[in-house]
Structure formats: C-alpha cells, structure tokens
Design a protein around this ligand. Sequence first.
Ligand code: CAP
Ligand code: MG
Length: 413
Amino acid sequence: MTGIEYDDFLDLGYEPAATELVCEFTIEPADGMSMEAAASRVASESSNGTWAALHVDEDELTDLGAVACGIDGPTVTVAYPAALFEAGSMPQILSCIAGNILGMKAVDSIRLEDCDWPESIAGGFPGPQFGPSVAREKLDAGERPVLATVPKPKVGLSTDAHARIGEEAWRGGIDLLKDDENLTDQAFNPFADRLAESLAARDRAQEETGERKDYLVNVTAETTEMLERVDLVAEHGGGFVMVDVITCGWAAVQSVRERCEDHGLAIHAHRAMHAAFDRLDYHGVSMRVIAQIARLCGVDHIHTGTAGLGKLANEDTPGINAWLTSDCHGLRPVLPVASGGLHPGVVDQLIDALGTDIIVQAGGGVHGHPDGTHAGAKALRQSVEASMAGTDLETYADDHAELATALEKWGAE
Ligand code: CAP
Ligand code: MG
C-alpha cells in the first residue's frame, strides 16, 4: 500500500516532460498556509488527490498525479500527465485544470493564467478549419482587416429592418453582417426568416459591389437545436455561423465544429460571459486560456478585445492575438476580432496596436453615424483605407465626407 497525501504532489526540482500539460496559476494562499502547501493542494485536487490521505494498491495506482514543480512569487507551475485526460474532451480537461481548485479553501484566490499544450493533447482537437484565411477564401478583404457590423439596437428590430440595415452596411463596404449575442430566435425576428432574408440581401449587395459578403448568423441555442440551425445556414448558402461559446459551453462548440466541417462553414466565436472568468486579475481563468481552448475546439474567429481602445475592459489583447497565430502543433491560427465601442476614429490606432490580421467589428460606430448605416459603413471602410495607406485620418477625411462626419462626431482620438 502507498499513501497519496497533499505533500506527494510537490516537487520543485521536477522538470515537466514534453508530453505533459503545463499550467501556470497565480495563487494567493489562505491565511496561515504556505505557498508550498497551497501549490501541492492545487496539484493534488486538480489531478488524483483529495483532502484525505488515501491508501491505494500500488498495482492499481497509475501515475496520474500532477506535480507542482515551480513557485515564483505568486506564480505556481503545475505539470499534468497526458494520461490524466480524455483525448479530445474539453469539458474533461477543464474539470481538472479549472475545476474544484477554483473554490478550494486552501487558497484565497487562484487564477489559471496560461497553458502550454503538448502535442499529445492538442492533437486530439481539430483546431480551426479556416482561421485568418477567411479574409481571402470566403471574402475579398485581401490584406486589410475584415470589417463586420452588428445592427443596433441589439434586439427588437424586425426581420425586414435587420436585413435592410445589413444590406446598407454591406453596400457601404462592410464584409460581414453579425447578429448580436442576445438575438437568436425570438418572435420579433425569427431565426429562419432572418437567415433567409439576410442572405437574400447579401446576394444583392454582392451583385452590386462585386465583393463577396457574408453573414455571421447567431445559431447559439441548446445543442441539438443549434446543429439544426447550422444545417439551415448551409442549406441557405451561408458561409459562417456565430456561436456564443461560453454561454453554450465547450462541448456544444465541439459538436458545432464537427457539423460545420461537413458543410465548410466557418465559426465566429462571440464570448459573452467571459468576464465572469477573466475580469479579476487574481481569480478565475484568463482570457488567454479561454482563447487557447477556443482554438483547440476549432473556432475560426474569436473576440479578444480592442487593446484598451473601446468601451470594454480588456486583458492583453496583443499577447492573446499573438498566441492565436503562433505555432501550436500544426493547428491553424484563429483570426482575432476587435469589438466593443469601436468607431472610424480609432481604426488607425487599432491597426497600430494589433496589425491588419484582425476583424474590426463596430455596431454603434457604424449605425450611430449621423447620416445612417450606409454612411457609417463607408466611413469605417474609409478609415481602414486611410490606415492601410498610412494616411492620417483627418487628411483622408478632407475628400471623404462620411469619414469627416464620423470624425466630427466621435473624434479621432
Ligand atoms: C459591440 C457588441 C459586442 C461586444 C463584445 C456589443 O457593439 O456587439 O457584442 O463588442 O465584446 O454588444 O457590445 P458596439 P467583446 O460596436 O456597438 O460597441 O468583443 O469584448 O467580447
Ligand atoms: Mg454584441
């Protein structure tokens, strides 16, 4: 017989193997608890230990214990053996590394900051089908950022009004119309009608502009329903779906990813509720890790913030975007989406901060233009053209009236 006690999970001299999942946590131990004691409890509870010392037959004890192998100030590194995890199951992985430990009394707070995914685990996931290539494979954005807009008000527009606003935006130079997160299948704007009318409007806008356009229709729902909506999008000739990945859950995202592959549809990941996990910088799960999970599960775009330029609090957008496009065992990269309070006057700074391989998404910053949606879309496109050409926005506005009006209204901060 051998004992499994909390102390068995700490080994500061341990070097993680290349096959192990290595996680970095920020930990504040509970009063009276040393960092070492807290770290070993975290490694124990998130792998195969518990509060009581166990007595297990050594023969039956497969080597599944995690090791707290580094402590550097508040940062604790834990290495998890790959055999602890079920291949390709994001819920199972998260039940270990972001599960009970978030509520342990041994820590006052704990935040999962970063993961180093080994090939043995990443290889169990599909990753994105398209990623940044949508800009050229499905749209005509070329080297510039892809432009998206979400009709406002968020909910309440009739189906006709929604499609009309979409058409104006597409005609003005937007590539992607996007549903708002709380618009799904309500009586005032039913999903199937909205899908059909919006895609018909898209076809007219494509015809008029000679550019490929598409629609990020929000399929978010209970999983079976969501998969039916994905099928319907394909039937109607759409190229993308939007999924609110946190509210619907990673298992559902995995199912959608599989179904989207059958149809060649790209997945736009909205992240409502992410701030419940990542807003506090001392507790929860970082946006960096949420973005990693999304990439493994196979979304093509994900919202990662605006590098502090918009209306919402952001965590290190450039760093997260860099991870999304970095090498991860052959998984395709993800195209990051900047959204939240954006308008034409900040596009140059946004591109300076995040580069051109992004989606720029603006709702109020398009539809709130004093001359309406069409002018708002033109202004956003003009601000991108100016930024791509390295021309100052104010100068470009001299002979671009829509941009001039937008800058007058919102400024070129
Ligand atoms: C933006 C938006 C997006 C948020 C998401 C909204 O509208 O449609 O959902 O940007 O945030 O509902 O607020 P505006 P994030 O362009 O009018 O601000 O990208 O941070 O997840
Ligand atoms: Mg929204």
